[in-house]
Write a protein that binds this ligand. Sequence first.
Ligand SMILES: CC(C)(COP(=O)(O)OP(=O)(O)OC[C@H]1O[C@@H](n2cnc3c(N)ncnc32)[C@H](O)[C@@H]1OP(=O)(O)O)[C@@H](O)C(=O)NCCC(=O)NCCS
Length: 143
Amino acid sequence: MAGTAMFRPSEVAVATQLLDAHLAGDEDYRFIGAFNAEVDGELVGYACWGPTPGTEGTNDLYWIVVERTQQGSGVGSQLLDHVERTIRAEGGRLIVVETSSRADYTGTRAFYERRGYTRAANLPGYYAPGDDLVIYLKDLTDG
Ligand SMILES: CC(C)(COP(=O)(O)OP(=O)(O)OC[C@H]1O[C@@H](n2cnc3c(N)ncnc32)[C@H](O)[C@@H]1OP(=O)(O)O)[C@@H](O)C(=O)NCCC(=O)NCCS
């Protein structure tokens, strides 16, 4: 994920901590990986999500990332489908996604919007001056 050049080093460190927590058996952080069968099963993307503490059926999508050379070929959609199906199967209701307002996230925001996520809130300057937090929601009970 550092290779996407989109995440700050501090964000990469948080993602590593989530994976460590998962590997240590913490069920609040769930992972799914996408692997390239044609290239020795190399990891080309992953998603991390989990139930939001203190809520009824809300889940946070903590990360979704696809290796830069593989983006735009459907891997992210497959990962997101898997996350949504798993949450639904486990009785989940709502998915929350946090992303950035930065121009280099325009494709990312379009990715969520075309998959039924609606922009629910904007926190100006949250990440840095001029870099807002954009919160998306998807209600899995709709349709
Ligand atoms: C956002 C991301 C996970 C989508 O995964 P993906 O495998 O590229 O997505 P898909 O191929 O399934 O779908 C491509 C769609 O995403 C959009 N998109 C977003 N970023 C893109 C990119 N860098 N290249 C191509 N398409 C991109 C396209 O507009 C396309 O839209 P459409 O299919 O609805 O017409 C991936 O591009 C990525 O890892 N981006 C960088 C990290 C990131 O922003 N993560 C989310 C943090 S909140």
